[in-house]
Every structure is written in C-alpha cells, then in structure tokens.
Design a protein around this ligand. Sequence first.
Ligand SMILES: Nc1ncnc2c1ncn2[C@@H]1O[C@H](COP(=O)(O)OP(=O)(O)OP(=O)(O)O)[C@@H](O)[C@H]1O
Ligand SMILES: [Mg+2]
Length: 394
Amino acid sequence: MSTTRTAAVDVGNDAIKAIFGKMDSELYIPNVIARDIEDRPVIGIEELDQQDPIEGIHIRVHSPALLENNAIYRVGSLATKSDNPFELDPGSSKSEEDQTLIMLFAALALDAVNENQAAVFKKTNNVIDANYTLGTGLPLREVKEGKDVGYRSKLIGSVHQVEFLITPKYQGLKVNIKFDEVKVYPEGFAAYINLVMDNHSNIINRDLIDKQILIQDIGGLSTDIAVIKNRKVDDDKAQGFNLGVAEALEAIREEIRKKHGVELDSRRDVVEIITKKNDRNHIMVRGSRTSVHDITDRILGELAKKQYRHLRNVWQKNSQTEICYFVGGGSIVLKDYLKTLNNHLDGYNIDFFEDEKESIWMMSNAYYKLITDFVRKNSKVEGKKQEQKAGSTK
Ligand SMILES: Nc1ncnc2c1ncn2[C@@H]1O[C@H](COP(=O)(O)OP(=O)(O)OP(=O)(O)O)[C@@H](O)[C@H]1O
Ligand SMILES: [Mg+2]
C-alpha cells in the first residue's frame, strides 16, 4: 500500500479547519465557493506566483461523488471577491451538498501539492497521487438520520480529482485524492472526546468523564447541543438548530451602514470590531472614533437570549446535567452576553474556552485525536496479523 497521510477536517459552515500528518500543518479556509470559468483575469503570471495559493484557489473538481461533476470554482477568499459568492443556507444538509465536498477536496489538494509532501506522495508529470486517512464529522442531526453512511461511501468509493487552474504556484497541477479510510464522527461526540482525551489517547479530565454534560456548539449557521451520558452521546436528546451567529453579524453590518453610512466588507469585519482587544465596538466614521456599542449589544443580546432559551430547554429535560461547555466561534462572540444572562437567570454551571483558537478548532482537534487513535490501533492489529502470518509460514 502506498503511503497514507492523516487528515482531520472540520467542514464548518463558516470555515473549514484541517489538521494534517502529525500536526505538521493546518489549513483554515472560509467556506465560500463561486462557480467560475476557466480563465480568470490575472495581471501577470509572475505576479500571480508571488501570491499565497490559499488566497487564489481556482480549481476544477472531477468526482463521481458530486452532483455537478467537472465544474470550476473559486474557493475561499477568492470566492468572497466574486460577484456570485455562495455561502451555505441554514437549512442545508452538510452531507448532501456539493459545497461540502468541494471545500474538503480543495483543502486536501492544497495540502497534497505543498512541496513538504513531495516525499510522501508520488508525482508523475503534473499529477500527484494522494492517499488520505480521513477523520471528519457531520452534525448530530445528520448522523441521527443515518446520512454518515452514504457520505462515507461517496468518499471512499472513488478517486476525486482537483485540478489547479489559475492558482498561484500550483497552476496546471492535478491531485488525485483517494481515501484509504474515512471515519465520520458526530460533531457533539467529537467535542466530548476533545475534552477527555489527549493526543496520545490518554484520558484527561478524569473527573469529567462520567459526568452528564452538555456541549453547546455555536457555529456560523448552526448550533448543536449534545447530551453526554455514560461516556456516550445520547442520540435521542441531542438537538440541532439552524441558528448561528452569521445572521446577527449581517444585521450588525446592515445597521452600521444605515446609521453611520459605513460599508463593512464582510461579516469578518464585524467579528473584528466586536472582538478586537483595543477599542472594541468602535469604528471610524469620517475620521472620528464612533461607538457602535448600542447596535452590537442589542443584536448580540437578542441572539444570546435565543441561545440561552435552547440551553434552558435542554437542561430542563436533562436535569442531572452537571456542566455545559460552550464551544465554537459563536461562543466567543456571545460569551459575555451569555454569562450575564446566566447570572441574572438560572445560574447554570456553564463554562467557556478562554483560548479563541481552542474554541474554533475544537472539532478538528477532536477528529485528529480520534483518527490518530484509530490509525494507531489499526496498525497494531495489522502488525499482529503480519506476525501471525510470519509465524504460520515458519
Ligand atoms: N477569531 C475569532 N474571534 C471571534 N469570533 C470568531 C473568530 N473567528 C470566527 N469567529 C466567529 O465564529 C463564527 C464561526 O464559528 P465556527 O468556526 O465555530 O463555525 P463553523 O464550525 O464554521 O460553522 P457551523 O458549526 O455552523 O458549521 C464566525 O461567524 C465568527 O462570528
Ligand atoms: Mg462548527
């Protein structure tokens, strides 16, 4: 068997987060794609090659797993600059959208073409054969519906090709992606694993492991609340909602435009304004420092109330819960509001991750732990089989 490279990928509605190999590299790409034609106007090829590939992902994707095969896309930051960017709808199913696969394949191909992988994957002319062992996830709701099975077989059953078109440094290269193994984990369970297991499959947070806990993952477009009991996700109790922070960010952007006449480029600019260390909740309006606290407080306060209502609902149905952890990028944005609400209302035992990166990368870290654990165990089994074989032929 050819060399396989481990990949742990969280295809979030807001952004894809991927960890590769022995954590030797990682990728973060906004989940935005736009259909395109073969030639996109660029200023000059030399100039193109000085850019960062991740800023100019322009690919053709060939895969039987796609509803629309052989289409050309701009992906990530390049797509946000196009006039027909496509972000996912709250009601969509991750496992059934081409967009999920496009993002996944783009991230893997970008890893495979990196020169650091030259020794790992075989390259013939301009085609790279890349084998991956993938750990990824789907929202609890989709796993409950059994969609993980179809998703996995779509991935594992065929070769998926990404051709780099006008992408800096990689123009003309093709990557054939094959999966040696694919594991699809439910998102909420993954978060729990991340809390109780380290990178070497050792148990950490021993006092947590047998407790009944909730994990509320607030993402860009969705919120999942997982109920963990007896070291398992309680499937019947778990809930998913089409409620993330994206809409609130959009509303803030719109109000700033109406009230102050300031056009912010994207939701990311709003995140910057509400999370920056200095001068938080202030913008410059015609050269004067201006507070937008009234706007952000009202809109985020409303969203926090909705999130809190969901928490209360789930907690009431699972009264023996000891703690709820808030994870996901949305938890960072809503942390202060949720804490204040909780102090005034039910006073639940809730906790947040102080480290922003830890909160946002929670899922991919978990998939990394799970897939490396699988690889380790599997190679032990393989090793034993080999030994037995060798023994029996002696
Ligand atoms: N560095 C940051 N600081 C604060 N908030 C951030 C930061 N990065 C992202 N966010 C916020 O987190 C949100 C996305 O969170 P996250 O990455 O958990 O979503 P996702 O996993 O992609 O989406 P989903 O869970 O719905 O699939 C963004 O909309 C943004 O508001
Ligand atoms: Mg998420």
